[in-house]
Unconditional design. Structure first.
Length: 413
C-alpha cells in the first residue's frame, strides 16, 4: 500500500507554491515478523509490535532541480565563496592543515552521533590503541573521509560502499561496505519498528534509490553546496546501511565538494558547524522528507560559514604554537628535530616507531630527535614506562580540544 506522494510544481510560481516541486515521502505497509524470541520481551512489548508497519517510500530525485527562496540561494552562494576562499588560503601554506582539518571534521561528524573523544585519545587510537572505543570509531571515520576524498572523481555505488567499509573496518567489519538487508528504524525500541520516529524504506528499494541518488550527485547543473546538502538529506532518508549512515552521509558531502572542485586542498569542517545546532540539523532533515529542501540547504550554508570561522581560529592557533617553538628550540637549523616539530602539528602524540618512520631515521636515532623537543618542553613523556614510551605535544592537543569545544557550543539566536 503506497500513499502520500507529493505532486510537482512549475517555474514562475511563488515560493509557497514551488515548495511542492520537491516531492515528499510516501508510505507503504509491510508485515512485521520479529527475529527476537518472545520470551526475551514482555507481553506489552509484543502487543505493541503486532500488525503491519509503514515504511517510507522515497521519491527519486535524479532529474529534479531545487527551487529556493532568494535568501537561501544567496546564503548558499555566499557560503560557497567562503568555502573556496578558505580552501585556497590553507592550501597555499606548507603546513599540515589538510590532515588536521580532516581529523577535526571526522571527530565532529562522529560527535553528531554522540561519539565523543578528546584529541589525545584520538591520536592514541591512530597509533593503534583500542582502549577507547569512541576514539577507535572516530579513527574509522577518518578512514571513511580519506576514502571519500580519494574516490571523489568517480563517485558511484562502489565508492559509497568503500567509504562505509573504511568506516566500519575496525569495529563492525561484518556489515561494512554492503547495503542493508533488513528493515531499520530510528527511535522507538529494538524489538520492532512500531512507534519509531522514522522508518526508512524497505531494503529491497535501496539499490535503485542509491543509483538514483548518485545520478543526482553527478549532475553539473545544480549549485554544488545545495546539491551536496540535498544529496546528504536524501542519503539519510534512504538510510542504506545498518549503522554508520550519518557519518557516511557527511563523508559523501565532502566527496561531492571535492569532486565538483569547490574544494581542492582541505576538508572544510562542516560537521563542526552543524554541531552548533544539531536540533536544527535534524529538523531540516525532517523538513526535507516533507518536501521542503530550503532548511537543509540553509543549515549547510550556515554551518559552513561557522565552521570556517572556527577552522581559521584553529589554524591561527597552530601557527602561533609552531612559531613559539622556534624561539624555544636551541638547535642547529638543519637538525631533524625541526621536522619533528612540523610533524607534531598533525600528529601530536608520537612514539619512537612513528618518529623513525616519518623522519627516515633508525629507531636508535629517533630518541635523539625527540630529546631536544622534550628538553624544550614541547614534548612531554606521559607513560612513565622504560619501554614503549609515548610523547605528547600538549599545546597542540589543547588547541584541537578547544576547536572541538567551540564546535559544540550552541550559538545564541
Amino acid at each position: 500500500m503506497v500513499s502520500g506522494l507529493a505532486g510537482g510544481g512549475t517555474a514562475g510560481h511563488s515560493w509557497a507554491e514551488d515548495r511542492a516541486a520537491w516531492p515528499s515521502l510516501g508510505w507503504e505497509e509491510h508485515d512485521w515478523v520479529s527475529t527476537i524470541p518472545d520470551d526475551l520481551v514482555s507481553a506489552r512489548v509484543r502487543t505493541r509490535h503486532q500488525g503491519p508497519y509503514r515504511a517510507a517510500v522515497v521519491p527519486t530525485i535524479a532529474d529534479r532541480s531545487p527551487s529556493l527562496p532568494v535568501h537561501v540561494a544567496s546564503l548558499a552562494d555566499d557560503a560557497s565563496v567562503e568555502i573556496a576562499r578558505f580552501d585556497a588560503e590553507l592550501g597555499l601554506e606548507v603546513a599540515p592543515f589538510a590532515s588536521v582539518l580532516l581529523r577535526s571534521e571526522s571527530a565532529s561528524s562522529s560527535r553528531i552521533e554522540n561519539l565523543t573523544s578528546g584529541a589525545k585519545a584520538i591520536a592514541l587510537a591512530e597509533l593503534g590503541s583500542t582502549q577507547k572505543r569512541n576514539a577507535a570509531e572516530i579513527v574509522g571515520n577518518v578512514a571513511a573521509m580519506k576514502a571519500a576524498l580519494d574516490l571523489a572523481d568517480r563517485l558511484d555505488e562502489s565508492a559509497v560502499l568503500a567509504m562505509h567499509a573504511a568506516l566500519m573496518a575496525r569495529h563492525a567489519p561484518g556489515i561494512g561496505g554492503r547495503w542493508r538487508q533488513e528493515q531499520v528504524w530510528i527511535g522507538g525500541d529494538s524489538y520492532g519498528p512500531h512507534g519509531a520516529a522514522f522508518i526508512p524504506p524497505h531494503h529491497r528499494h535501496i539499490p535503485a534509490l542509491m543509483r538514483d541518488l548518485l545520478r543526482f550527485a553527478g549532475r553539473a547543473d545544480v549549485p554544488v553546496l545545495s546539491q551536496a546538502a540535498i544529496a546528504h538529506a536524501q542519503f539519510e532518508t534512504i538510510h542504506p546501511f545498518p549503522d554508520g549512515n550519518g557519518r557516511t552521509g557527511r563523508a559523501l558531502v565532502h566527496a561531492m565538494l571535492r569532486g565538483h572542485a569547490l574544494t581542492r586542498n582541505v576538508t572544510v569542517p562542516i560537521s563542526a558547524g552543524l554541531l552548533t545546532d544539531t536540533a536544527a540539523y535534524f529538523d531540516a532533515l525532517g523538513a526535507y522528507r516533507n518536501g521542503d529542501v530550503a532548511p537543509i540547504i540553509e543549515r549547510f550554508a550556515t554551518a559552513s560559514v561557522t565552521a570556517i570561522t572556527n577552522g581559521r581560529q584553529l589554524a591561527s592557533e597552530l601557527r602561533a604554537i609552531r612559531a613559539g617553538w622556534d624561539d624555544r628550540l636551541k638547535i642547529r637549523r638543519d637538525a631533524r628535530a625541526w621536522r619533528l616539530a612540523d610533524l607534531l602539528l598533525r600528529q601530536p602524540v608520537v612514539d619512537a616507531r612513528v618518529v623513525a618512520s616519518e623522519l627516515g631515521v633508525s629507531s636508535q636515532n629517533a630518541q635523539r630527535v625527540i630529546t631536544p623537543l622534550a628538553e624544550a618542553g614541547i614534548l612531554m613523556e606521559f607513560t612513565g614506562f622504560a619501554r614503549n614510551r609515548l610523547w605528547q605535544a600538549s599545546e597542540v592537543l589543547s588547541a584541537l580540544d578547544a576547536f572541538a569545544a567551540r564546535a559544540g557550543r550552541r550559538v545564541a539566536q
